[in-house]
Design a protein around this ligand. Structure first.
Ligand code: GAR
Length: 202
């Protein structure tokens, strides 16, 4: 499966995917890593393993629509079969979603539908939940509202702050995202409306 990634920053989820791919765990080819941020560490991580990179700084375009058209053309040229958002911090427009000819997935650091949007870990702490976690979902036109593929919970402890909770969740993200990509690449993820089922190996 031909996989492209969009990332805006640190890229630790991209690194987790690359590491699992290097271990032979993912039956995929990384066709490209794109970013809206020229300084994204994710780009360096991709270059290290010779994945082609492209940057799409919003400032280079008249507006977001033109930027998205460029990203869509790039993904089309790469014959993308799956688009993975790995800390891509821009909301993809209705236009982008409806013109994408491949599924798009995202990872979010909360148990959706709780705490969508920015600063999910802070939202969880401020609310006082005892359990949080992370969610891999298909991307639709809403904000973190798409059909859920995999979720995993982590405990929230007394005395946690954003840094400690984020770290605990991130460790789980690094397992969950490669597993989701693997299941999709193996054709084991079936989507019917909002319901996603996983055909587990026997
Ligand atoms: C991750 O925690 C990811 O779940 C979150 O940003 C971080 C990116 O880290 N994504 C979102 O909040 C999307 N709404 P990374 O760049 O090290 O992978």
């Amino acid at each position: 499966m031909r996989v492209a990634v969009l990332a805006s920053g640190r890229g630790s989820n991209l690194q987790a995917l690359i590491d699992k791919w290097l271990e032979g765990f993912l039956p995929i080819t990384f066709v490209g890593v794109g970013s809206d941020n020229v300084n994204a560490e994710a780009l360096l991580r991709a270059q290290k393993v010779r994945i082609p990179v492209r940057v799409f700084p919003l400032d280079d375009y008249a507006d977001k629509k033109n930027q998205e058209i460029d990203i869509l053309n790039w993904l089309e040229d790469l014959d993308t079969e799956l688009l993975v958002l790995a800390g891509y911090m821009r909301v993809l427009s209705k236009y982008f979603i409806s013109n994408a000819t491949y599924p798009i997935i995202n990872i979010h650091p909360s148990l959706l539908p709780a705490f969508p949007g920015l600063n999910a870990q802070k939202q969880a702490l401020d609310y006082g939940v005892k359990v949080s976690g992370c969610t891999v979902h298909f991307v639709d036109e809403g904000m973190d509202t798409g059909p859920i593929i995999l979720q995993e919970a982590v405990p929230v402890y007394d005395g946690d702050d954003v840094a400690s909770l984020s770290k605990r969740i991130l460790k789980v993200e690094h397992q969950l995202y490669p597993e989701a990509v693997r299941l999709i690449a193996l054709g084991k993820v079936k989507r019917e409306g909002r319901k996603v089922s996983i055909l587990r190996e026997s």
